[in-house]
Design a protein around this ligand. Structure first.
Ligand SMILES: [Zn+2]
Length: 148
């Protein structure tokens, strides 16, 4: 075997992919050939670098995905809460305007007024909830279409 033949086996040797016979032949040659021993040391260094890069890269990507996932969830959650609160407040305000006359009417009992307010509030919350659901499924369907 020539030196070049041994060099061809070095990467496999470092990856522990050589059989017993090949490994022994290479080790014997390395013991008697300083040039190949030096090359093996270079390969070893290269392998350590590429191994550490290969180890770090998926880890980083995993964390990036993790954080963007958390961020998206926080962003979406906050968005929905703000949207709900604003929508309920606006609807309730609009409703108050509409029923202000009834509320201020002294001939209408307190219980009826409270009932009316509860009814209005409930309707506002239901409306927002249903709208939110529609928007959510619509955006999800659209997202699926894009991915296809
Ligand atoms: Zn050699």
């Amino acid at each position: 075997m020539t030196c070049q033949d041994h060099k061809d086996l070095m990467m496999a040797y470092l990856d522990e992919e050589l059989n017993e016979e090949q490994r022994r032949a290479l080790e014997e040659h390395l013991a008697s050939c300083p040039e190949c021993a030096k090359d093996l040391a270079e390969f070893q260094k290269l392998k350590e670098v590429t191994d550490s890069v290969a180890f770090v890269e998926p880890e980083d990507r995993m964390w990036d995905e993790y954080w963007s996932g958390v961020y998206n969830r926080i962003e979406r959650g906050t968005g929905w809460i703000l949207f709900s609160m604003a929508a309920i407040a606006l609807l309730a305000y609009g409703g108050f305007e509409l029923i202000e006359g009834i509320i201020e009417d002294r001939t209408v009992g307190v219980l009826a007024k409270v009932g009316l307010l509860a009814l209005l509030g409930g309707l506002a919350i239901l409306f927002v909830s249903v709208t939110r659901e529609r928007v959510y499924f619509w955006s999800r369907d659209r997202y699926k279409d894009v991915r296809r």
